[in-house]
Design a protein around this ligand. Structure first.
Ligand code: DAH
Length: 446
C-alpha cells in the first residue's frame, strides 16, 4: 500500500481553491499508478504539526486554505506527469518531463543561492521600511487554475499569453503559473493587504543565455484605505502611484546602490496606470520590473470596493544576473560546486568568477515548416533531448520558394558548463533532435 501526502501552506484563504487542489491531487494519484491500493491521504499544515485525514467533512476550512502539493519528494506527481509528452496532438497537456522535473526545487528558498540571497535582500528592504507590514509567501504551489493565472487578473480572453504555445497547461483548467500575479486575487480575498509572493514561474520560450522556461518572480501588493489618502490633497490614484514609485526607487537603490533610473509608461491588464522601471547599468538601460495601480475591478471582486492598491512584479534571474555577474541563466540550476560555493547567505552582489568555459559545438538543422510550426515547440523538443547542454537556438536562414514553401535553418549551440562534450555525444544528441523534430513537428526535413 502506498501513501501520498499533500502539504498545506499557512496562507489561509479560499475554500474553492482548496477543494480544487485536493481534487487535483486525488486525480493525479489515481492516474499515476492505476490499480494501486492507496492508503489514506494525509493533509498536513506546512509546519507538519497538524495532520488531517483527507475527507471533506473532517476538514476544517478555516484552519487551512491553500494546498501545496509539495511535490519534490512526492514521486507521485512526477510520475503522473511523466506520462505527458512534449508536443502531442491532444493540446490539453503540454508539459514535458524536463519541466516537471523542476517542480518543487524552489531555488528561491535556498539562502546560499543567488536567487535566495536576492529574495532575502528584498525582504530586508521591506522589513526595514515597513516593519511587520508585509506578509511573505514563498511556498505557494506553482500549479494554479486558469482562473487564478488569467481571469482573476483580467487577462483578456484572446491574450497571447493564454495560448498553448506560450503557457504550460496541465489540463484545460490548470496551468503552471506564468507569473506570480496568479496569487493576487486569492491573497486579497483572504484578507491580506500587504504581501510579497516569490515563486517559480513557467513559460514556453526560445533558448538563449537569458531565457529559460522556468524562472522566478516576486510580486508585491499594498492596499490603501480611504483614510490613507483623504488628507493628502491629491486624488487616490496619484497618491498611490507616487507611493509606489517612491517604494520601488528605494528598492532599486537598496539593491544597486547609486544608479540612474527612469520610469517608462507600460501596459498590463491588471494595472492602470502601468509603469516599468529601468536602471542604467553597465552602459545600458535595463528593465527591472513592471508595476502600477491595481485595476479597481480586482479589488472590487475581492470585496474591497472602497480601497485602492499598487502592485509590482519583478524577475529575480534578470536582477541576479546583473548583481552577481552571472553570464548564463542555466547556471542557476547547476549543482556544480564551482558555482554554488561562490555564494553565501546574506552576501548580495558578490561577483561570480567564471570557471573554465568549454568550447561550444554548433549544429544546423533545416526543414520546410508548416503553418502549425512555432519556435517555442522546436525549442522544447531540443531542450527535451539535450537538457541544459543546449545553450542557444538561432534562426540563421529563412526563405520562401516559388511554390510558397518556407524553409527555416536553425543553428543549435551545444555547450556544457561543466565538462567537454565528445563528438559522439553531440552527434547522438543532434540525431535525436532531428528524429524528434520530424516525428513531432509535422515539418519536412531538408
Ligand atoms: N505579471 C507581470 C509579468 O509577469 C509583471 C507585473 C507587472 C506584475 C505589473 C504586477 C504588475 O503586479 O503590477 O510580466
Amino acid at each position: 500500500m502506498k501513501e501520498a501526502s499533500l502539504v498545506l501552506d499557512e496562507a489561509a484563504s479560499d475554500f474553492r481553491e482548496l477543494k480544487f487542489r485536493v481534487e487535483k491531487f486525488e486525480k493525479l494519484k489515481r492516474s499515476s499508478c492505476p490499480g494501486t491500493d492507496w492508503g489514506p491521504s494525509i493533509l498536513q499544515s506546512s509546519d507538519h504539526r497538524r495532520p488531517h485525514a483527507l475527507s471533506w467533512e473532517d476538514f476544517e476550512v478555516n484552519e487551512i486554505s491553500f494546498l501545496i502539493p509539495f511535490i519534490r519528494d512526492d514521486v507521485l506527481i512526477g510520475d503522473a506527469y511523466a506520462l505527458a509528452e512534449i508536443v502531442k496532438d491532444d493540446p490539453t497537456n503540454n508539459v514535458p518531463d524536463s519541466i516537471f522535473s523542476k517542480l518543487g526545487l524552489q531555488l528561491h528558498r535556498r539562502d546560499q543561492h543567488p536567487l535566495g540571497i536576492l529574495k532575502n535582500a528584498i525582504y530586508d528592504y521591506f522589513d526595514t521600511n515597513y516593519p511587520n507590514k508585509f506578509d511573505k509567501f514563498d511556498g505557494l504551489s506553482p500549479i494554479v487554475s486558469v482562473k487564478a493565472n488569467f481571469d482573476d487578473v483580467l487577462v483578456p480572453a484572446d491574450h497571447v499569453s493564454r495560448s498553448y504555445n506560450d503557457t504550460y497547461y496541465v489540463d484545460s483548467q490548470t496551468v503552471l503559473r506564468c507569473h506570480t500575479s496568479a496569487h493576487q486575487a486569492q491573497l486579497l480575498s483572504g484578507g491580506h493587504t500587504h504581501f510579497l509572493v516569490t515563486g517559480d514561474v513557467y513559460r514556453r520560450d526560445s533558448i538563449d543565455s537569458t531565457h529559460y522556461p522556468v524562472f522566478h518572480q516576486m510580486e508585491g501588493v499594498r492596499v490603501f484605505t480611504p483614510t490613507d489618502w483623504e488628507d493628502s490633497g491629491t486624488n487616490a490614484t496619484s497618491y498611490v502611484a507616487e507611493d509606489l514609485k517612491k517604494c520601488l526607487e528605494g528598492l532599486a537603490h537598496h539593491l544597486f546602490g547609486d544608479v540612474e533610473m527612469r520610469w517608462i509608461d507600460a501596459y498590463f491588464p491588471f494595472t492602470n496606470p502601468s509603469f516599468e522601471l529601468e536602471i542604467y547599468f553597465q552602459e545600458k538601460w535595463l528593465e527591472v520590473l513592471g508595476c502600477g495601480v491595481m485595476e479597481q475591478e480586482i479589488l472590487k471582486r475581492s470585496g474591497r470596493t472602497n480601497d485602492i492598491a499598487w502592485a509590482f512584479g519583478l524577475g529575480l534571474e534578470r536582477l541576479a544576473m546583473v548583481l552577481f555577474d552571472i553570464p548564463d541563466i542555466r547556471l542557476f540550476w547547476t549543482n556544480d560546486q564551482r558555482f554554488t560555493s561562490q555564494f553565501s547567505k546574506g552576501q548580495l552582489g558578490v561577483k561570480f568568477k567564471q570557471f573554465s568555459k568549454y568550447p561550444p559545438c554548433y549544429k544546423d538543422v533545416s526543414f520546410w515548416i508548416s503553418n502549425a510550426f512555432t519556435e517555442n515547440n522546436l525549442c522544447e523538443i531540443i531542450r527535451g533531448v539535450a537538457g541544459d547542454l543546449v545553450e542557444e537556438v538561432t534562426l540563421i536562414d529563412n526563405f520562401t520558394n516559388k511554390k510558397g514553401m518556407t524553409s527555416h535553418c536553425y543553428r543549435i549551440a551545444y555547450r556544457s558548463m561543466e565538462r567537454s562534450l565528445t563528438d559522439d555525444e553531440i552527434n547522438d544528441l543532434q540525431w535525436r533532435v532531428r528524429e524528434q523534430i520530424e516525428a513531432k513537428l509535422k515539418v519536412v526535413m531538408r
